[in-house]
Design a protein around this ligand. Sequence first.
Ligand code: APR
Length: 251
Amino acid sequence: MSDSFENAVNVLTQAKKAVALTGAGISVESGIPPFRGKGGLWEKIDPMKYAHIDAFLEDPKTVWDVLIKNMKTVLDKAHPNAAHTGLADLEQLGILQTVITQNVDGLHQRAGNRDVIEFHGSFARMHCQSCDWAIETAQVDLSEIPPRCGCGGFLRPDCIFFGELIPHEALFRSQQVSAACDVMLVIGTSATVQPAASMPFIARDNGAVVIEINPEPTSLTQRISHLPLMGAAGTILPRLVGTIRQRLATP
Ligand code: APR
């Protein structure tokens, strides 16, 4: 067992209000490709042409054809993996308080976590770009692309496009819990997109221990992460939870 892993077990076993910041990497083992790095979606399509609000306003059909339809196909098949389950276990153990996720796949909630901040929104719901009328994604009639609202406007997922603001409530609460946490688990994120990537800095500045889980080093690894655990989340998290359970069971 590496020193970092052992130290992470010790720190998490004592933690009472840990917070996790998760990114696309935690869902890779659920079959959802990341955005950057090996097999990344943005290596195949230009996010500024297909994932920016201006692109949607200018040509909603192309954004639906190139990005949104494919996202729905992938997300409809995805299920929580051992990493998501591991975070739900940490909540059950009274160690983890909140998950701040950049993902829109809803897998943390399906794994059992009850306090999840969807920092970039959710693909589970859609709304009309013109009148804000809302509908569950599963109810949307996809016989016409882009699907329209009764008012004639175009429907789009409740996900934050590039060029749009993070919902105030999500941003404010994420900053609050990051400032108050005793441990921040940073899992499966390249930490390249702001303001999500500022949360580990806020946590560290307020005295939290930062544990990073990622097969690759990121811009945080040398600067912010006290305990970098290099590897896949689906392997590391269950191992952490299993060792913590043993530690807690041993008087
Ligand atoms: N376990 C843990 N981490 C992994 C795994 C895995 N099995 N596989 C890949 N990773 C790591 C990669 O090394 C990378 O650092 O996950 C990270 C994924 O990075 P990105 O694809 O950039 O995803 P993310 O950080 O969530 O992107 C942030 O950018 O495009 C926007 O809105 C989008 O929410 C997204 C935001």
